[in-house]
Design a protein around this ligand. Structure first.
Ligand SMILES: Nc1ncnc2c1ncn2[C@@H]1O[C@H](COP(=O)(O)OP(=O)(O)OP(=O)(O)O)[C@@H](O)[C@H]1O
Ligand SMILES: [Mg+2]
Length: 371
């Protein structure tokens, strides 16, 4: 007989061994409460005791409505309302419902009425209760995500609307240069919205585990080199970048477009949020994945102010940005999602030069027939 269960005299013993498989009710992940034909509690398992914050002595042998005093969201007493023992004889239970425990704790409850014969008296009321805290937290984080997204979309659209409305209303009053300036702002804001939407789509793929990795051989050193060239072509001084490649590198199989996205975010961050020389080290590394010995590691470091120690665990979260110069704060979240979808890992730390240092390691992940 396990803790929290007792058998009613003369009744079949469902409480100690509910399944005939020797499963202890205390091992169930959900709360389980069973009452006998008289409405007395004969089982109140460990999960139920934790959720209801009661001890076995408090509840065993008690009347069900006293041991588990549930109320619906309007404050009505649920056991009175549903009346399992006195209600309709064809009723077999109650569907899942959000109810409140004393103190206002929300729980998901459903009940089954066990009868000896189809419309006979109720012999057992079996109630399962589930904590909704975790579910509420996800719902809250979804609601926050929607609020942030709406806000992020609204500011560029407000500017687009403002400038186009002004231009339409007062077209002839502006010089060509003024018009060009306004249209350039509209153009940049439209780009921002497009980029934000692309990022949100990436996030939704990452969050739902649908991010596809199409592996091909990737030359990491050459990929980094292309990003640096693009910055130099766009006007950054060439000596702002230092690329060091430690040879020989293992042959890496990864999704080239996604690796470009990772590199572009990390290098852009170093250029935009950091200062001084941006150093990129590409080295062979131990694979973060078990059963594989080699991987490739890329470290991007700069000489700026770096990331404050207390914020380091937040940089990879959605919408976190350290300063006003920040963008939407989605970049690093996406970077982490892509790296992890490759079976890799990413860390943040302090560079020897004082700035931020981001280091990601990918397993080589060569197809089995090549290794
Ligand atoms: N190299 C760096 N040096 C200093 N701070 C950094 C560096 N890289 C990132 N950060 C900080 O981390 C924050 C989050 O970076 P993340 O790339 O996720 O977002 P973002 O650059 O602000 O916007 P996005 O990349 O979406 O345009 C940045 O706002 C910045 O404050
Ligand atoms: Mg960024």
């Amino acid at each position: 007989m396990s803790v929290g269960t007792t058998s009613a005299p003369g009744a079949a013993p469902p409480a100690g061994d509910l399944t005939g498989l020797g499963i202890d009710p205390d091992d169930l992940p959900d709360g389980l409460v069973v009452a006998d034909e008289n409405g007395r509690v004969i089982c109140f398992n460990a999960a139920a005791r934790r959720i209801a914050a009661v001890t076995a002595e408090d509840v065993l042998g008690q009347r069900l409505d006293k041991a588990l005093p549930l109320e619906d969201l309007e404050g009505r007493r649920w056991w009175q309302l549903t009346d399992p023992y006195g209600g309709l004889a064809i009723r077999v239970g109650q569907p899942e419902r959000n109810l409140l425990l004393p103190g206002g704790r929300e729980v998901l409850v459903c009940a089954r009425y066990v009868r000896a014969e189809p419309t006979g008296p109720v012999r057992r009321v079996v109630v399962s209760i589930r904590d909704t805290e975790a579910r509420r937290r996800t719902e809250r984080s979804h609601a926050e995500l929607i609020a942030t997204v709406a806000h992020e979309l609204r500011s560029p659209l407000t500017s687009v609307k403002g400038f186009t409305a002004t231009l339409l209303a007062k077209w002839s009053r502006f010089t060509d240069d003024q018009k060009r300036l306004m249209l350039e702002t509209v153009d940049a804001d439209a780009d921002r919205v497009t980029r934000l939407i692309a990022e949100l789509l990436d996030i939704s793929r990452i969050d739902s585990g649908r991010l596809e990795v199409r592996r091909q051989p990737v030359d990491m050193g050459a990929a980094v080199g292309r990003h640096i060239q693009a910055y130099v072509a766009a006007g950054q001084p060439a000596d702002r970048f230092l690329l060091r490649i430690e040879q020989p590198l293992p042959a890496l199989w990864a999704d080239p477009d996604k690796i470009d996205q990772v590199l572009s975010n990390l290098i852009e961050n170093a250029v935009r949020h950091g200062e001084g020389t941006v150093t990129i080290d590409v080295t062979p590394a131990a694979s973060p994945r078990e059963g594989e010995d080699t991987g490739t590691s890329v470290t991007v470091s700069d000489e700026g102010a770096g990331i404050p120690e207390e914020s380091m665990n937040r940089v990879f979260t959605r919408f976190w940005r350290g300063s006003k110069r920040g963008g939407t704060g989605l970049g690093l979240y996406i970077v982490k999602g892509i790296v992890e979808a490759h079976g890799g890992a990413i860390t943040v730390g302090r560079a020897p030069g004082g700035g931020a240092e981001f280091r990601f390691t990918l397993p080589v992940s060569a197809p089995a027939y090549l290794s």
